[in-house]
Ligand binder design. Structure first.
Ligand SMILES: *Cc1c(COP(=O)(O)O)cnc(C)c1O
Length: 219
């Protein structure tokens, strides 16, 4: 069995080999993992952690208050949860409609701007959330007027089996917005393909922590 520390080292080496010039951030997706496991990864130097389920995340954020962990929200967002998200996270990758951006902006007043990515439904899948390509321009223009959020870039979850095509489309879309610096794509199974298509933040769970058998947290 490999350890979390070995897994992180191996992934960082892969990233370095695939993208020697442009830095790629490793976001450790710690959903269903315990605070102890997060702290184990933290002690190896890992700083960015991603969570999907709010209630579970808040309890871990509280447990890890003495750390300088950077917390990213990557799960689907109900609008009545935007205050808690705005108060507890540095990043939100899964902003999939203008209403959510507006509410995050309201609740972030008086704090440093919240970093956000717009989630794109790049394969136009009816079961997936995210903006359609034709909606992106308008939402970006609106987001630029919101002073408590900093629009950093784009995020996607590609259709299974279609990663190469999806990532290529994302790369082209991202290239239309030179003001953005963040392209959030790639998970355990497709991070190499994502980096080849310009991803600069990969969201990795299972390849770091192993299979998610832990179901102590539910929401
Ligand atoms: C769970 C999750 C990941 C990580 O997936 P793995 O396959 O465990 O690497 C990445 N992004 C999102 C949005 C997720 O929900």
């Amino acid at each position: 069995m490999t350890s979390i520390s070995d897994n992180i080292k191996r992934i960082l080496t892969t990233i370095q080999q695939l993208s020697p010039k442009n830095p790629v951030t490793l976001l450790a997706v710690s959903k269903t993992q315990t605070s102890q496991t997060i702290l184990e990864a933290y002690r190896t130097g890992q700083r960015n952690f991603g969570e999907n389920y709010l209630q579970e995340a808040i309890s871990k954020i509280n447990d890890c208050q003495k750390t300088d962990i950077i917390w990213h929200f990557i799960g689907s967002i109900q609008s009545n949860k935007t205050k808690t998200i705005a108060d507890n996270f540095a990043w939100v990758h899964s902003v999939d409609r203008l209403k959510i951006a507006t509410r995050l902006n309201q609740h972030r007043a008086g704090q440093p701007p919240l970093n956000i990515c717009l989630q794109i439904n790049i394969d136009n899948e009816p079961t997936k959330s995210g903006l359609l390509i034709e909606e992106v321009d308008w939402v970006i223009q609106q987001c630029k007027t919101l002073e408590n959020i900093q629009l950093r870039g784009l995020m996607c979850i590609p259709k299974a089996g279609n990663e190469n095509v999806s990532f290529k489309k994302m790369q082209a879309l991202f290239a239309q917005y030179p003001e953005f610096d963040t392209l959030s794509m790639g998970m355990s199974g497709d991070l190499e393909t994502a980096i080849k298509h310009g991803s600069n933040i990969v969201r990795v769970g299972r390849a770091i922590f192993g299979k998610r058998t832990n179901t102590i947290f539910k929401e």
